[in-house]
Design a binder for this molecule. Sequence first.
Ligand code: BGC
Length: 426
Amino acid sequence: MFQAWVSKVAGQLRCGVMLGIAAALLFAAETHAETLDVLHWWTSGSERRAADFLAQKLGDENIEWHDVAIPGGAGVGAVKVLKSRILAKQPPAAAQLIGPSISEWAKLGLILPLDDVAQAGAWQDHLFPTAWQLVQYKGHVLGVPLGIHRINTLFYNRKVFKRLGLPVPRRWADFEQAARRMQASGITPLGQSSEPWQVATLFETLILSEGGPAYYRELFVKRQPGAYADPKLARALQHLRDLKRWMAPSEKPWPEMVRQLARGEVGMMVMGDWAKAELNGMGLVTGEDFSCVPVPDTTDYHLYSIDTLAMFAVDDSLENAQHRFAQLLLQPNIQLGFSRLKGSVPVRRDQDLAGLDVCARASWQAFARGPGMQAPSLVHRMASDEPFKDAVVAQVHRFFMDDTMSVAEVQRRLAAQARALANEGG
Ligand code: BGC
């Protein structure tokens, strides 16, 4: 009897010890799952789904994505939060950082180089040269490009166009004809928010339409003084003002503008192709319910914004997880899955186009025509530093809101700003 009791207790103890060991192992595994803070501005329905897709893939690697999402289209709020976290010596492990701002932080030694990951994955061979250049700084690789957005995209509601018997708005003449018909039928022709970055997003497509990539670069990348006095700038400003008669601008976030297009309250909208993902997320099918064409007179060009994650040198113990994250992000299936949810196209030039819809295919093909056909988005931080971008956005917005301001006045102001910021080393 006593013996039986002893052996039962011993059995329970053994079992308890085994359970204890298993629990300890599980606990260890859990506490060893590294956590990476990821700062970004993807907060609309479709942006959220795209970010969640990455978070889940990272989770499958036993690395936790700790979300730091800062609302505000075009990263207006996120970039400020990032700066203050860096000043407080609390940078996130990863952040959506694009364009020249990557090298600005790199100069301060804050970005973790990803050279080994890039070499092991032969990134240089797989990436579009523009995407590869973007993440280079002094011979080091400092970011992971995630997807390429096309800004010169004109979306149109196909049902509205069909009902009114309108041709696809490929040229400005088609656009004007469609706009007149829509207005006569009580539909706002062009959906446009008066938020400064959204006005400037439309404006930069008009610069491209007026002057092509070479002039666009003179104005926004090289900031050549003569470019500000050029009649092409005057015409683009006048065009922006003329388009106002087709809009009913109010300061709405971009997803709300997209909903208006989806409901057929507006017939057309110029926006980066993240708007496509938002429309898809509402159940609208690309090429059926709505479609897209390049903004008139920009058909061969690609006004791009490349979403990129940079890793901050926060803590040595996180480096391994940061490298694994970087390695994961460039895998073809992750690139494709993310782009399909986000509205962008993969940054890999070995992409199989079969997985892309009609708008994405056109975007990818335009981008693949090479740097001569590409223009970096100013508003989405691909063309200049932050102060110059902010100055242009503010001037263009002021001109848009105030019909008494002359075109020549804006030209003078932009030229003065370019000069002043160049003197500051901008
Ligand atoms: C980013 C996109 C984002 C959009 C709207 C752009 O600057 O590149 O990823 O969807 O802003 O917030």
